[in-house]
Design a protein around this ligand. Sequence first.
Ligand code: 6PG
Length: 471
Amino acid sequence: MSHQGCDIGLIGLGTMGRNFVLNMADHGFSVGVYNRTTEKTKEFMETEAGSRPIKAGYDLQEFVGLLKPPRNLIILVAAGDPVDALIRELLPWLAPGDLIIDGGNSHFTDTNRRFKFLAGKNLNFMGMGISGGQAGARYGPSLMPGGSREVYDRVAPILEAAAAQVKGEPCVTYLGPRSAGHYIKMVHNGIEYGLMELIAETYDLLKRGLGLTPAELALIYDRWNREDLNSFLLEITAKIFTRKDDRTGKFLVDMILDKAKQKGTGRWTSWDAMDLQVGTPTLDAAVVMRDMSGYKEERRSAARFLTGPTPAFPGDRQRCIGQVKNALYAGMIATYAQGMALLQKASITYDYGLDLEAVARIWRGGCIIRAALLEDIRTAYKTRPDLPNLLMDPHLGQEFMSRQADLREVVKAAATLGLPAPGLMVTLSYFDAYRSTVLSANLIQAQRDFFGAHTYERLDAPGAFHTEWEE
Ligand code: 6PG
């Protein structure tokens, strides 16, 4: 290790933090580490650090002293108050020009606030989304940094070496000012929720509708993952279906409670999409379904009272499986389309100046939403950076349209069988609404004018009009 101090520091030796330290150290960078619980630091140094260029500090002063000035340090602690508390504790030990990188899932408005606060103290701050879970952190995550470009350039060699690499390109790049990185990570998670919900809906249709077993499902999802649906989430889904439970010997997926937890980033995405008035119905449906899954007891009693059709599919099963696959692919396209449309609007509203081709590029590897489809998405923005919606890309629009008949059949089947598939259903309506010259909002305008004299616009003349609806 250089006697001048470590290239970078990291605070927070949870699984992600430990793995990211090992990753950076394996790429030849010296890393200083600190964790609030001293025992954890000691354990990491004794059991994992090995002969790598890693040094530990056992209080913040000692930790900061390990770093080469101007210091670069990553904090990986729980989002919210812990980040503010840690920044406050660090302040006495930092010097002008030092850089704090928040690698957690912080809300973008907190990142803006911290950026401004620290700029006032001549300190640099970067909000950096990190995706890829524990394996990503260890062997190559997708990194989504925002802040100032000069400061990014300072840590770029470390981040570019540690990030996942796809076809010789690192899954990290400078994304934009202030909270741009955390905003993109938030939308990444909104897309993640949407894709997970769509996959879960297809699972439900195949399991409850067609009566397929986990072993059969494993083969189907594995095959899909080798074809156009190739993606990390499909890959792990196929693996999940093969896993047996140690306690019962049954398939583990059948033993897991159907109640999905959430840390909130998907909900944040839907909130902000509503604020920016960008429709993201597939993402929203995913949040709603996670919420509804939480009402297990209420659902249990409702099931005794509210009856519906028996979910047994009567038709051609092989054909149905093929239709479900196509419906899922169409849903995936629409999910990315909604997330990217939100980024497009956020870029203007928050003055981020985003390059969506770069976003698609760094999502191709390392992150949870990596998928073969992102190559097409990247190409779409390369061809037309201001594309208003991915469905308007000639190739992706065609890919969706060629599957729309199957999506319609699957939505019909779900409705007939009484199986909830709100993600697939709203995806279809999103497509139908987006491609409609005429929507029913003229009636809504008339209603608003009727009860509130809110006025309406006309098709045949400019201006605002009001009608006394009741004589
Ligand atoms: C990632 C994940 C990661 C985390 C999610 C889980 O990109 O690596 O998105 O950030 O696993 O925050 O989110 P929920 O708890 O909300 O499902």
